[in-house]
Structures are given as structure tokens and as C-alpha cells.
Design a protein around this ligand. Structure first.
Ligand SMILES: Nc1nc2c(ncn2[C@@H]2O[C@H](COP(=O)(O)OP(=O)(O)O)[C@@H](O)[C@H]2O)c(=O)[nH]1
Ligand SMILES: [Mg+2]
Length: 229
């Protein structure tokens, strides 16, 4: 079992081209703004402010990378999405960058999607799930803010989601970042993903061989857009 309390900030990346080298194993966290992604991350790592929580969505956001013990295992905090205030072209560009990240990132071992249990499975959530299913990645949907509902309402919500046949690959877990509900279960699931995602012989980041890079050096990557796309 990984000790998630060892989590530390690695860096913020302005685009999917500026992440760490593609080695080890990482878990991506996605979710609509205000679903509680920062609160959930902080609960999982047992730290009050590793991922900043904010009541004011709409600011420019970066991809935040966190190491777990060392940089071999990582959490990747993707910018929030869900509002429609951003121009269509920017939204599409970020969508394309995300699609490429999901399709090409070899170290990506699983995807956690944070939803408000009262408003689950919005279109953008479904898009994330599709990307993950396309890669056959494990998907855990955390139904956050479950403290706002009664036990009966929680059961009903989970039952309805589990009935979605097209989402048979998805695991659903009622969660409360505020109260710590679901934290031990989530840590256990993510530990397994990270363990099986690690290639046995990879302990050092690969050094790229000069001249063999396929990427165009003039291409600096897709710039991120403000949050809430
Ligand atoms: N009741 C309740 N509120 C929560 C929970 N998680 C987050 N919130 C609140 O929801 C708001 C957005 O949280 P934040 O973590 O910043 O969301 P993010 O935009 O997805 O990163 C804040 O006011 C949080 O206090 C939860 O489990 N229960
Ligand atoms: Mg946040």
C-alpha cells in the first residue's frame, strides 16, 4: 500500500507536452469545476492544502503534478472543466490535447473522475470516461459531496449509475472530501493501479537518444486555456 501522505508537489505544467518524462505510473484526476477535485485530492493525501481549493472558479489553471514518495508514481491534476465561457476554438484545442494525453501517455495507469453526487455524469464527464474506455484504463468515479444526501438518496444515485450498461467498466464510489468518506477505499484502489502500472525494470527516467525524437522542436505544445472550458 502506497503512503499517500508522502505526496509532494513536483511542478505545474502549462501544457500536456511539459509533463514529467513518461515513465513509472500516474493517475489522472479530472472533474468539473467545483465538484471538489482539490478537496478530494487533499483528503487522499491527508494534507490540508497540497491542491489548492478555491471558491472562485474561472482562473487560469495549469496541470499540477504530484509525486508519491518519489517521482516514479504520480497524481496528475487536470484543469477543471464544465463551464462554457471559453471560446469554442480554445475549448476544442484543449479537448484535443486531453485526447492526445489519454491516448498516448504510456505511464497513465488509471483515471479518477470527481463528480458532485447530486449532478453526476455531465457531458464532459462522459467524454473523460470515453477517453479512458478507449485506452481500456480503469476508471473510478468518486461521487463527492455525499454528505449532502441521505443514505437512501446515495443508494438510489449509485444504483441509477450502475444501471448504465455502456458504463460497465466504471467503478462508482460515494465520497465526501469534507468528511473523509471513501478515502480508505479509494487509496486501496489507487495503490493497486499504481503497482500494476509500473514496469518492473523502469527505475530511472529514460534519457531520450539525440536525433531520435519524433517531435518537432519548434512545436512548443498546446497552451492551456483558462479553467472551466
Ligand atoms: N459538502 C461538501 N462540500 C464540499 C466537498 N468537497 C468540496 N466541497 C466544497 O465545494 C467547493 C469546491 O471545492 P473545490 O475542492 O475547490 O472544487 P474544485 O473546483 O473541483 O477543485 C468548496 O466550497 C468546497 O468546500 C464535500 O465532500 N462535501
Ligand atoms: Mg480546484
Amino acid at each position: 500500500m502506497i503512503d499517500f501522505r508522502t505526496a509532494f508537489f513536483i511542478k505545474s505544467a502549462p501544457s500536456t507536452k511539459e509533463l514529467t518524462d513518461d515513465f513509472g505510473a500516474e493517475i489522472a484526476f479530472a472533474g468539473r469545476s467545483n465538484a471538489g477535485k482539490s478537496t478530494v485530492l487533499n483528503a487522499l493525501v491527508g494534507q490540508k492544502s497540497l491542491a489548492r481549493t478555491s471558491r472562485t472558479p474561472g482562473r487560469t489553471q495549469l496541470i499540477n503534478l504530484f509525486g508519491l514518495g518519489d517521482e516514479t508514481r504520480r497524481f496528475v491534476d487536470l484543469p477543471g472543466y464544465g463551464y462554457a465561457k471559453v471560446p469554442e476554438a480554445m475549448r476544442k484545442r484543449w479537448g484535443d490535447a486531453l485526447a492526445a494525453y489519454f491516448a498516448e501517455r504510456r505511464s497513465l495507469a488509471g483515471v479518477v473522475i470527481i463528480m458532485d453526487i447530486r449532478h453526476p455524469l455531465k457531458e464532459t464527464d462522459q467524454q473523460m470516461i470515453e477517453y479512458a474506455i478507449d485506452r481500456q484504463l480503469p476508471i473510478l468515479c468518486l461521487l463527492n459531496k455525499s454528505d449532502k444526501l441521505s443514505q437512501n438518496e446515495i443508494s438510489k444515485a449509485v444504483f441509477a449509475l450502475k444501471r448504465e450498461a455502456s458504463l460497465a467498466a466504471v467503478q462508482w464510489l460515494p465520497f465526501s472530501g469534507l468528511r473523509g468518506v471513501g478515502v480508505p477505499q479509494t487509496r486501496a484502489i489507487l495503490s493497486e493501479w499504481l503497482a500494476s502500472g509500473i514496469e518492473p525494470d523502469v527505475s530511472e527516467p529514460p534519457t531520450p537518444e539525440p536525433g531520435l525524437s519524433e517531435s518537432d522542436p519548434s512545436e512548443s505544445g498546446v497552451p492551456l486555456v483558462p479553467e472551466d472550458i
